[in-house]
Design a protein around this ligand. Structure first.
Ligand SMILES: Cc1cc2nc3c(=O)[nH]c(=O)nc-3n(C[C@H](O)[C@H](O)[C@H](O)COP(=O)(O)OP(=O)(O)OC[C@H]3O[C@@H](n4cnc5c(N)ncnc54)[C@H](O)[C@@H]3O)c2cc1C
Length: 315
């Protein structure tokens, strides 16, 4: 099996896929089945965000749910079965000014006829004690994914934008109560969402307040709060902490080369094409809206199908 090219050498490939989350591994499956022998750069996190997920219950085909690591393993095996190669390295520089595109990694350099960017996004963290340890034990960044586990429980939502209110409203389907903790005294979310949240009988707000610690032994039991105006500290009992303070797309590497919006999401058309012909994008690197395994995987498949057409027309 070939791996990253030795230092100073370049390795030519037809398709380079940057990222090994659901988007990257699905693109790899489709590109491999089109006989393009794709190479996938895994990045630091083989499997992407899914690998941090205890259980996935909304990916079709697994009626009992499947562990995040189990799903990643299945994605990887299926892509490899048809000839995809996963290289444990990350892209550190890209030059898309001409074909073949050059992508430098820690280990060497790839020259690719086409590229699929599937570098995903990272949910912004609060950065408070207890947060990391409690991910999957009550701390979540996705209500659609985890809301179901909090039936009849009291949960808090951190944030004041559209996502925080949308996800907070979604959580009212399951939770006994949803307390939205916002560091300001007014919301950034759209007017209709605000009205719905403010009027909802299960939703309460705590204003001008930040979470300073997430507490619990094995699972979340409470949060420590601080009022930013008065400095007053308090503790609130809760079983879940849903954090919606934004996502950061992992696209810094492509700044100045590919069109992106103000938040750094790559701009793609309905065929997953970026602003440079031959460079495609899939998954959360271009998707601030849906952010699911199924949608990211779907975008990966679509990007690889387009790559196949592109190479047929341009080889
Ligand atoms: C805790 C948690 C629970 C979730 N639960 C669910 C759920 O139950 N159901 C659901 O549908 N969705 C869930 N999601 C969301 C889902 O995981 C994401 O929507 C999905 O993983 C996005 O896929 P992606 O391939 O676009 O990106 P990611 O999963 O973010 O993967 C990005 C990949 O790019 C790689 N990468 C980044 N930079 C580089 C680089 N420079 N070079 C090479 N590689 C790079 C990373 O190593 C990673 O492999 C959850 C997310 C989290 C965080």
């Amino acid at each position: 099996m070939e791996t990253t090219p030795p230092e100073g050498e370049s390795r030519s490939v037809k398709v380079l896929i940057i990222g090994s989350g659901p988007a990257g591994l699905s693109a790899a499956l489709y590109a491999a089945r089109a006989d393009l022998a794709p190479v996938v750069l895994s990045g630091m996190d083989l499997g992407g965000q899914v690998s941090q997920t205890h259980i996935i219950e909304n990916y079709p085909g697994f009626p009992e749910g499947i562990s995040g690591s189990g799903l990643v393993e299945a994605f990887q095996k299926q892509a490899e079965r048809f000839g995809a190669e996963i290289v444990f390295d990350m892209a550190i520089e890209a030059d898309f000014s001409r074909r073949p595109f050059r992508v430098k990694t820690h280990g060497g350099e790839f020259l690719a006829e086409a590229v699929v960017i599937a570098t995903g996004a990272t949910p912004r963290k609060l950065g408070v004690p207890g947060e990391e340890e409690m991910i999957g034990r009550g701390v979540s960044y996705c209500a659609t994914c985890d809301g179901h586990f909090f039936k009849g429980m009291d949960v808090v939502v951190v944030g004041g934008g559209d996502s925080a209110l949308e996800e907070g409203l979604f959580l009212t389907r399951y939770a006994a109560s949803v307390t939205i903790i916002h560091r300001r005294d007014s919301l950034r979310a759209g007017a209709i969402l605000q009205k719905r949240a403010l009027e909802h009988p299960k939703i309460k707000f705590i204003w001008d307040t930040v979470v300073t610690e997430i507490r619990g032994k094995d699972v979340v039991e409470g949060v420590r709060l601080k009022n930013v105006r008065t400095g007053e500290e308090s503790t609130l009992k809760t079983s879940g902490v849903f954090i919606f303070i934004g996502h950061t797309p992992n696209t810094q590497l492509f700044e100045g080369q590919l069109e992106m919006d103000a938040r750094g999401y790559l701009i793609a058309d309905s065929k997953m094409r970026t602003s440079i012909p031959g460079v495609y994008v899939a998954g959360e690197a271009a998707d601030p809206v849906f952010r699911q395994v199924i949608t990211s995987a779907g975008m990966g498949a679509a990007a690889a199908m387009q790559v196949t057409h592109f190479l047929e027309e341009n080889e």
